[in-house]
Design a protein around this ligand. Sequence first.
Ligand SMILES: NC(=O)c1ccc[n+]([C@@H]2O[C@H](COP(=O)([O-])OP(=O)(O)OC[C@H]3O[C@@H](n4cnc5c(N)ncnc54)[C@H](OP(=O)(O)O)[C@@H]3O)[C@@H](O)[C@H]2O)c1
Length: 371
Amino acid sequence: MQALILGATGAIGRTVAAELARSTEVERLWLAGRNQARLEWLLDVLSGDPSRISAHAFDLHDGALRDRRFRELSPDLVISCAGPARQLELPCARAAVEVGASWLSSANDHVAAESIPALDAPAVAAGVTVVSGCGLSPGLTNLLVALAAQELDEVEEIEVATTRSARDPAGQAALAQLLIGLSGPAPSIADGRRISEPGPKASHLVYFPEPVGWVETFAGASPEITTLVSRWPGLRLLRWRVGLVEKPAMDALRLLAGGPWATRFANWGPAASRALQQALSAWPSAGPAWSAARVDVRGQADGRPRSVSLGVVDHLVNLTALPLVAAASELAAGRTEPGVRAPERAFEPKSLLARIGRRGVRIARLEPYLV
Ligand SMILES: NC(=O)c1ccc[n+]([C@@H]2O[C@H](COP(=O)([O-])OP(=O)(O)OC[C@H]3O[C@@H](n4cnc5c(N)ncnc54)[C@H](OP(=O)(O)O)[C@@H]3O)[C@@H](O)[C@H]2O)c1
């Protein structure tokens, strides 16, 4: 594979770059970001053969320059870890399809997710695959839902919950995106109808795989509300919730998300994000600094109600980067159909999860809640 990583200097991008630099499946690896000094540091750390790994600094908001770079490099796969993804996902994915490259991203912005299906026809015509959102949530959560659904004859309700410790290292874009996801109404499905829950108000305790345990979660906006509905259109209930392991840090984030400044946070720049990150991580921890996700899928099996609950736990960078790396390998092997595909449609859930599990990410079957 000849892969171009966008946002390679970020927390997720660096991990993906380190994994792909070691992979024998990668013939050529281009690392892209805005900051030349950080790119050079990364090249130095990876210490790869310069004819195989090289760095390219450009701003993805400069459409003409981006398109020129894409044409010059001519990758067969573009992996985007650049974010926040709202303004970047659609134009960059379109530019990738236009040069005949497949697209894979860590995007977790619900507004961007709604725009991506517009690329289906161009992607089919170009014979490439677009998988937008293949990290933890969306990504692993979609695969877990699909795996749980294999045990049911009919899927009626899906609940997705995700959590991270404020002290689990991740990048500034991930924190900005969390705030964006909490700062507006939370789309969900109740009684078979799409509704908007009013932001992160009512809490709901969710049990995540150990060592995370119980965490207070709140309704937020995430792409699963779009992607899972397209796979299971008749759902009676679909909800996405998120919480920080440290309750006081989550309370502070909710306060910030409710203010008029929250949606502008992504444009505040690195200094503000860094300050917020430092403030949140300064809270004494209630537990270990891990991140996790849980899905509860309810429906019918053999004519009876049945509930299947699955979870995943590790550090956020692993939970996000390892699905991208496993997915890149599947795309390179040509095992995916062209077009826009949600992760659970692009890849066989069990084999992709098994591959990620072999890298040490813990995937667990959980006791369903009594409903
Ligand atoms: N699906 C999931 O579960 C999940 C989990 C975690 C994160 N994410 C998403 O993954 C993405 C990366 O998160 P992160 O924690 O790694 O953030 P990060 O450390 O802040 O990294 C962001 C990266 O994007 C690059 N970038 C931003 N705007 C750019 C632009 N206009 N042109 C070129 N490069 C640009 C940055 O380059 P510079 O170095 O030049 O600033 C940096 O390399 C975010 O969208 C985040 O929401 C998803």
